[in-house]
Design a protein around this ligand. Structure first.
Ligand code: XMP
Length: 504
């Protein structure tokens, strides 16, 4: 049972999915023009039509399939989604020549969408067009100064639309509005960590039956939890941890001992030389990812030949990876995040990706149900290509060593000051810049290290973390003292968007 979100390309679509998960409702995002058969695979109890950068007045703007609009499920349209929904039923619109972007207040709120909520409330608007006339049988449920029909629904409440964005935090009552919609639509709210665990165990057992699984373990939260899930489900698997030489200080030892404690039998492949050779002379970030992906394929291929045969390759792919790499139609591919691209096709593996519909915090909760210790479960995310995407320019053993030591100082200091768990991710970057300094009576010309820490709920958007100034001061001094090759430390104060979390 689920809610299916039809994605028309809004930058906020994944937030709708997140809010619904927070309301214990499973949600899946499909393309806005997905056929009914694809939507029905998720056995939805309701649909949500997302916003869009497009306008319904534009030729060729995306639309839901007519069969979807006629399917009889309860639907909520958000912004452009509201326009699509009411257009199909005979509504009329004004084509705004000026966008309304930002905070607004809706008033005269009434009806089931606003049950239990104040009569007026702040909301986040981001639109140019608006509904001018509602289809017959619809009634207005809220207005704002610039938008007389800011929310509306049919008399039975099965179809509804809001001009504003309930999914963003700038609409403080947004989650309550979504909850009211779920209630109006009679959607079940049973998506809890223990149910997720039972569902995944069933899925994995049904899919794998008596076959063997090869699991690539990075030591991060996702693959570690996946190893624990496979062990819990009693699935026959072979866990391989590739030391590509791009790990953080002490990471290999940490992963090995943690997995040992969890009862996962792990084989570590030391492939440091292979990866460093493949990275020689490469400076472009996507070329680095490709070279690393190809080296992973090689290692897994050898491992499969040595210990196989295997039928499945298990990966800890998460929902944001799926959304970011598939994206809405026309969305740009910013980074290729896939871990072991190309391998399944070459070796005839089937992919086993039990977490491909989960967000990171859901995986962490699952880890808790599986008994993973907090130090593993709550670790910051770490990218598959490791420190290679935190070294701008060529990756060499010397540069890796400098970055590794600087990073360890930053992370240790965060832990010591009780700040580690307050940020989503923290990292050091080795920039390609050298800079003049002074030490004693002499001139120095050291490396520049950039520190980055962000807060986020899923890594898809992020704010730079406002770490205390005294802490930053302490870390800068500590890095310069303990990593003599570094002459300057800077702190990155860019959010995502426009910057990504990693520098490459
Ligand atoms: P960005 O830099 O895209 O990162 O804002 C979002 C999250 O994804 C991680 N990341 C990667 N993970 N392979 C991975 O497995 C990659 O190539 C990759 N690039 C970024 C990043 O650490 C952050 O958590």
């Amino acid at each position: 049972m689920s809610v299916v979100i039809l994605d028309f390309g809004s930058q906020y679509t994944h937030l709708i999915a997140r809010r619904l998960r927070e309301l214990n409702t499973f949600s899946a995002v499909v393309s806005g023009d997905a056929p009914l058969a694809e939507i029905e695979r998720y056995r939805p109890q309701a649909l949500i039509l997302s916003g869009s950068p497009a306008s319904i007045f534009e030729r060729g703007a995306p639309r839901p399939q007519p069969e979807v609009l006629r399917c009889g499920l309860p639907m909520l349209g958000i912004c452009y989604g509201m326009h699509c929904l009411t257009e199909a039923l005979g509504g009329a619109f004004v084509h705004g020549d000026r966008r309304e972007d930002g905070r607004a207040t809706v008033f005269h709120t009434r009806g089931p969408l606003f049950r239990g909520l104040p009569e007026s409330m702040p909301v986040w608007m981001s639109h140019a067009d608006a509904v001018k006339e509602l289809p017959s049988g619809w009634q207005t449920a809220a207005s704002s100064t610039d938008c007389p029909i800011a929310a509306a629904h049919t008399a039975d409440g099965r179809l509804a639309g809001v001009q504003f964005h309930p999914e963003v935090t700038h609409t403080p009552h947004g989650t309550a509005i979504l909850r009211n919609f779920l209630d109006m639509a009679g959607v079940e709210r049973a998506w809890t960590p223990s149910n997720i665990l039972d569902t995944l165990v069933d899925q994995v057992r049904t899919k794998v039956v008596t076959n063997r699984v090869l699991l690539g373990l990075s030591g991060g939260v996702d693959s570690t939890t996946l190893a624990a899930l496979l062990a819990h489900a009693g699935v026959d698997h072979h866990a391989v941890f590739v030391d590509h030489g791009l790990l953080r200080a002490g990471e290999r030892r940490q992963v090995e001992s943690a997995m040992h404690t969890q009862g996962v039998s792990l084989v570590t492949v030391d492939a440091q030389k292979l990866f460093l050779n493949r990275l020689k002379g490469i400076t472009d970030p996507e070329d680095k990812r490709r070279a690393i992906g190809a080296a992973f394929v090689e290692v897994f291929e050898q491992e499969a030949l040595r210990r196989g045969p295997f039928d499945f390759l298990a990966q800890g792919t998460l929902y944001p990876d799926v959304i970011e790499s598939a994206g809405a139609k026309g969305a740009a591919n910013i980074k290729s995040h896939h871990n072991v691209g190309g391998l399944p096709e070459r070796l005839g593996f089937e992919l086993l990706e039990p977490f491909r519909f989960l967000f990171k915090d859901e995986v962490r909760e699952l880890g808790r149900c599986l008994g993973l210790p907090d130090e593993l479960r709550l670790r910051h995310p770490f990218p598959g290509p490791g420190l290679a995407v935190r070294i701008l320019g060529e990756v060499t053993p010397e540069r890796l060593d400098i970055l590794r030591r600087a990073d360890a100082q930053f992370i240790d200091a965060l832990r010591e000051h009780g700040l580690y768990s307050q940020v989503w991710q923290a990292l050091a970057v080795l920039t390609p810049v050298r800079s003049t300094g002074v030490s004693g009576d002499g001139r120095t010309y050291g490396h520049v290290i950039a520190l980055r820490a962000v807060t986020s709920s899923d890594g898809m958007t992020a704010d730079w973390a406002q770490l205390p100034q005294e802490f930053l001061d302490h870390v800068a001094g500590r890095i310069i003292r303990r990593v003599p090759e570094v002459g300057r430390v800077v702190y990155d104060i860019t959010s995502k968007p426009p910057a990504t979390i990693e520098w490459e």
